[in-house]
Design a protein around this ligand. Structure first.
Ligand code: MF3
Ligand code: CO
Ligand code: CO
Length: 263
């Protein structure tokens, strides 16, 4: 399977979709607090996305071998690695760490991003895991330029995670993104420098490392979606959608506020 090269017109639409996905996270951030349910956070995100003329890509998404995903976003708490299903009965507790993953389809094009949030005050260990995982994402992003290889991204992420005695989840990876939700390439968050496909200008893909405080093995709960750590250790994830530029990278999932700040 070949990796599509996006046109300038495609990229312009992906900038709009990506910014909207990030704006949804900016919008929900102040709502994340002790006592709110993940169902309510999802309901608010869903409304924000549709109010802005977009579709939440996860809703009814059904990859082969899966049941249709029932909600607009993924909300993964503590030992949940990814694809946690929002639930009106699950109220956030003091110290919970929460990933909210938003993917929108706007004008036929996708934007996909996630961040970690804290309910109340996280433990020192939990905070360190979340911050190190964010650093892993950024180190992966900084490895992007034409002529680099996907393995350079994985290597940068894995080296940093393992230096902190954390592990990199193997069962999920980043992915190409465009007018489809998941397309080639698979972006592994571990690997060897110089391995894998070579990056070319105007490839667009996500980087979304899932880093566990314990071992990397995961299992899927009976809901058919929620991935949790086998050893019940905490897990964190951060995600951006990125484009390979002539000399580096462009992040397509910065929010309006982040763009204004020039970050
Ligand atoms: N947004 C997730 C990703 O980063 C995918 C969620 S698929 C779902 O690839 F069906 F679980 F929502
Ligand atoms: Co993704
Ligand atoms: Co995502």
């Amino acid at each position: 399977m070949t990796i599509k090269i996006k046109t300038p017109a495609d990229i312009e639409k992906m900038r709009i979709a990506g910014r909207l996905a990030a704006d949804a996270l900016d919008y929900i951030a102040p709502q994340v607090r002790v006592g709110i349910s993940t169902g309510e956070l999802d309901r608010l995100c869903h409304a924000y996305i549709t109010d802005n003329g977009a579709i939440p890509a996860p809703l009814n998404y059904q990859p082969p071998g899966h049941s249709p995903y029932p909600k607009a976003t993924c909300t993964s708490i503590n030992n949940q690695v990814c694809h946690g299903i929002p639930d009106f009965r699950r109220l956030l507790k003091d110290g919970d760490i929460l990933n909210i993953d938003v993917t929108v389809i706007k004008d036929g094009w996708h934007g996909d991003t996630c961040r970690m949030f804290y309910a109340g005050t996280p433990s020192v260990l939990a905070r360190r895991l979340c911050e190190t995982t964010r650093e892993c994402l950024w180190l992966g992003i900084r490895a992007i330029r034409p002529g680099a290889h996907l393995g350079d991204i994985g290597y940068a992420i894995q080296s940093h995670a393992e230096a902190h005695h954390y592990s990199v989840v193997r069962d999920f990876c980043g992915h190409g993104l465009g007018d489809s939700f998941h397309e080639p390439p698979q972006v592994l968050h571990y690997g060897k420098p110089g391995s894998g496909p070579e990056l070319k200008e105007n490839m667009v893909f996500t980087i979304e490392p899932m880093i566990n405080a314990g071992k990397y093995q995961v299992k899927i709960l009976n809901d058919g979606w929620t991935a949790v750590t086998r050893d019940r250790s905490l897990s964190a994830q951060w995600e951006h959608t990125v484009r390979v530029t002539a000399d580096g990278y462009e992040i397509l999932t910065l929010s309006t506020t982040e763009i204004a700040k020039g970050t």
